[in-house]
Design a protein around this ligand. Structure first.
Ligand code: ATP
Ligand code: MG
Length: 414
């Protein structure tokens, strides 16, 4: 017998008029994520049932966790609407899905109102038949260890025991696009994931300062992008590598020590905004979390954001680090993020970074050098990579220059 999964929609059942668009998009993305697996689909109006091979169960479950807009799944079993058939299957399901005997509750929902018994009567009838045959099981309607659910619908009776949460949110591709400022740290990959979960497609924007920073810091970002690509349509995510070295070196040599990070971040925001606006991207996204480091006080955020005029979304702004870490483990970026290679914000950290920077002082510092040509050069030097979960790009194999590595990689893709 094949496995059967019942997939439920989350938020999107709430959206009256847009509902068909959302459901179609979930179906499309689901098919894409399960491509290559042996799956048959039954698209019901308010949910999806898939039939899969037992030996592919783990792969199916893993792929379901990349489909935003799906709220939960259950392994489900189906039979006819005959009480004795329902009872027979209910007993089998309890025995196969419970680890040891315990207290249980049977709960019935009756979508088929023509059915001659009420929900309660169905539960009681099933319980009466199976309980004597289930050694060690008792009934407890308040605090049961196991809950067996029966749904009587027009096309038969469905039985399942556990509901496993999936991503929830909205199907990706319907809520516009954001440009994520991606460092190699823990927070920004989580920010990217949270946007995608909410249905927003993302492109990734990374400021790289090799050879001032090690090549491995770029490798981290590539490896993180591979993990994030799973959530995107076509399993492909765009990673833009922005050459930041000249801006970085200029700031280090010209700007007063406490303002180095603030000015660096103002340059990053300027670049990200310009790129976004010229590529139809509606918002910037970053991994700032208030208070985490000197650059993330409200004063800092204000003087940095001051250089832009585009919405800036900060999905993890109020999250404590443990929650962010939990999510980064779930999406499998944590182990990459903690590799010990710093990117541009972390090399040559000033001795006394200012926690309450002043706007006038920022403007004064920025008078010390002509940054427009530097910004232009950085934007013109952007290298864009299309990253998939199985992209093989080991940057250190190609020598020291990121440019060489990218060149080689692009040639190997032709
Ligand atoms: P993260 O864990 O995401 O690196 P963080 O706690 O280390 O964050 P910062 O280094 O202050 O914090 O960076 C704050 C945010 O600025 C990051 O979450 C990211 O969105 C953006 N950012 C920092 N460095 C870079 C970079 N080199 N390229 C792109 N974005 C960056
Ligand atoms: Mg960082």
């Amino acid at each position: 017998m094949k496995d059967m999964f019942l997939l439920r929609f989350g938020d999107l059942v709430l959206k009256g008029k847009n509902k068909p668009t959302f459901i179609n998009q979930v179906r499309r993305i689901l098919k894409e994520k399960l491509k290559g697996l042996n799956v048959e689909y039954e698209f019901q109006h308010d949910r999806i049932i898939i039939h899969t091979e037992k030996d592919e169960r783990d792969k199916v479950i893993k792929s379901l966790n990349y489909v935003s807009g799906l709220h939960s799944y259950s392994m489900i079993y189906r039979t006819t609407n005959q009480i004795d058939e329902i009872a027979k299957l209910a007993k089998e399901v309890i025995l196969s899905e419970s680890k040891k005997p315990g207290s249980m509750k049977i709960e019935t929902k009756r979508a088929d109102k023509r059915f001659p018994m009420t929900s309660l009567e169905i539960s009681q009838a099933v319980s009466k038949i199976i309980l004597p045959e289930l050694q060690g099981f008792t009934v407890d309607v308040k605090n049961p260890e196991y809950k067996l659910e029966i749904e009587v619908r027009h096309d038969g009776a469905y039985i399942f025991m556990s509901k496993v949460p999936l991503l929830g949110g909205f199907p990706i591709g319907l809520n516009g696009k954001g440009l994520v400022m991606l460092s190699g740290g823990i927070d920004s990959p989580v920010a990217a994931y949270l946007m995608m979960k909410q249905g927003v497609e993302v492109e990734l924007f990374h400021f790289e300062s090799t050879p001032l920073t090690p090549l491995e810091s770029v490798q981290k970002v590539i490896d993180i992008s591979k993990k994030l690509a799973h959530f995107m349509p076509k399993n492909t995510i765009k990673l833009h590598l922005v050459p930041f070295i000249h801006i970085h070196e200029t700031i280090l040599s010209k700007v007063s020590d406490p303002y180095i990070i603030t000015i660096m971040r103002r340059m990053m925001y300027r670049l990200a905004e310009r790129y976004a606006l010229s590529h139809n991207i509606l918002a910037l996204v970053n991994g700032e979390s208030v208070g985490q480091v000197a650059s993330q006080t409200l004063d800092s955020i204000r003087v940095v954001e001051n250089v832009t005029n585009i919405p800036i979304l900060r999905p993890v702004i109020t999250d404590d680090k443990n929650r962010i870490i939990d999510i980064s483990k779930k999406i499998d970026t944590f182990d990459i993020s903690i590799r010990p290679f710093s990117d541009c914000c972390a090399v040559y950290v000033p001795k006394n970074p200012i926690t309450h920077p002043k706007l006038e002082k920022c403007l004064e510092e920025e008078q010390k050098f002509d940054f427009e040509p530097l910004l232009k050069e950085a934007l013109e030097g952007i290298e864009t990579l299309y990253i998939k979960p199985d992209t093989e790009l080991i940057i250190a194999d190609f020598g020291f220059e990121v440019k060489d590595a990218i060149e080689n990689y692009k040639n190997s893709q032709k």
